[in-house]
Design a protein around this ligand. Structure first.
Ligand code: ATP
Ligand code: MG
Length: 374
């Protein structure tokens, strides 16, 4: 289990939260308690490692909106937002704030004020692998030497995302690559124009994309890598009388293109003479297929995070979804943010995993400790 803790300060309602994580994490709580903020903070950590931090913050309304709107506790340091996590035995922490006032139109871009990576429980000079402050960055190389990082760094992005020379900094690269492959699933587009309702390029797809647009290819990959029978069991539990059929343009000669094959999701359905294609399936059915596809990946990413997977699903689909989540957590780390009691209880009864319950107190997200140990 690589991700063992997240540690966030000053991000939206997460004024100051340290959360130990397990192999399977169910984060629950009432509307507005901070579940999505927690999910988004994980997503931001992944964007940091991809070099997309500043753009992501700006897209969610800018730094002013993303920062904790409550009173400041550390007036000396100014407004800061800190995102951190523990990955194996390494702790990563990045703090950002506003840039120095200037005539620039990019006055709300987040500027990295501090960045640290250290090994073991405590940060001290001997355990620090990377240390950055404004205008100064040094890194420990494979010989254990503390070297000043020679390349120019983008002030809005993490050092981790800008590193070159993996052979010199293997630990930092391995953290970066692992975090970059985390997968996040919040909304799957199922409207009439959604890409997953149309034939898709036929290419082996081991991990479903964030928006589910390559659903047909991901499902066919599951079938061709030995997961077809298990997948049909999931489907039968969710939709009795239906089974999966991926339709290829090779089988539909009227759509056949000389250059590439296309795939469509189909479900054979009791009472229907032909498979019903994705453009004919209901929103909830497609959503469940997307969830089942991302959770049945033949080469699962190191972390799968789901936000509100229950949205638009009938309550009868939640027990099979819970089973799928618990089974997937045996092979990879899973974080589920949900306000569904049915889903939370079904996961708990199958896995014994106690949910992390959040609540909003004075505008701040806190873990409700009164449930702990019950
Ligand atoms: N910059 C900010 N500072 C402080 N609080 C904020 C900030 N931005 C948003 N919030 C608050 O964060 C709270 C938690 O929002 P979040 O979307 O995480 O809730 P949730 O638990 O996912 O709720 P739901 O179940 O409705 O999806 C909201 O009450 C919102 O008002
Ligand atoms: Mg939410």
């Amino acid at each position: 289990m690589p991700l063992t803790e997240i540690d966030i300060q000053g991000y939206r309602s997460l004024r100051n939260i340290q959360l130990p994580l397990q192999q399977l994490n169910v984060i629950t709580g009432p509307n507005g308690s901070g579940k999505s903020n927690l999910y988004r903070s994980l997503w931001l950590i992944a964007r940091i490692c991809e070099g997309q931090f500043a753009a992501s913050i700006c897209r969610e309304g800018g730094l002013l909106s993303a920062m904790w709107a409550g009173p400041r506790t550390n007036a000396k340091k100014g407004l800061r937002m800190t995102l951190g996590f523990r990955h194996d035995d390494f702790h990563f922490q990045i703090s950002c704030g506003f840039p120095t006032p200037s005539n620039s139109l990019f006055v709300y871009d987040p500027q990295i004020k501090e960045e640290l990576v250290w090994f073991g429980p405590h940060q001290k000079p001997t355990t620090t692998l990377l240390e950055r402050s404004v205008g100064m960055t040094w890194i420990r190389d494979t010989e254990g030497n503390r070297v000043e990082y020679p390349l120019t760094l983008d002030a809005n992005e993490s050092v981790l995302s800008q590193l070159r020379e993996p052979h010199r900094y293997p630990e930092l690269f391995s953290i970066r690559e692992a975090v970059r492959s985390w997968r996040f699933y919040h909304t799957f587009r199922t409207d009439d124009e959604a890409p997953l309702r149309f034939p898709q390029v036929s290419v082996r797809t081991c991990v479903l994309s964030h928006d589910g647009s390559d659903l047909a290819a991901a499902l066919q990959t599951i079938r061709e890598t030995g997961g077809g029978a298990a997948f049909n069991d999931i489907l039968t539990a969710a939709f009795p009388g239906r089974s999966l059929q991926i339709v290829s343009s090779v089988e539909e000669p009227w759509t056949k293109s000389p250059h590439c094959t296309e795939l469509s999701v189909g479900l054979t359905t009791e009472g229907c003479a032909r498979p019903l294609l994705a453009r004919e399936l209901s929103d909830g059915t497609l959503k469940f297929l997307c969830l089942a596809a991302c959770l049945s990946s033949p080469c699962p990413p190191p972390l799968i995070a789901l936000n509100e997977p229950e949205a638009s699903l009938h309550p009868d689909l939640l027990p099979p979804l819970a089973k799928l989540i618990v089974e997937t957590s045996k092979v990879t780390q899973v974080c589920v943010c949900t306000h569904s009691t049915v889903l939370t209880e079904a996961i708990q009864s199958l896995s014994g995993v106690e949910p992390i319950r959040l609540q909003l107190r004075q505008g701040e997200t806190v873990v409700d400790q009164s449930f702990r140990g019950l």
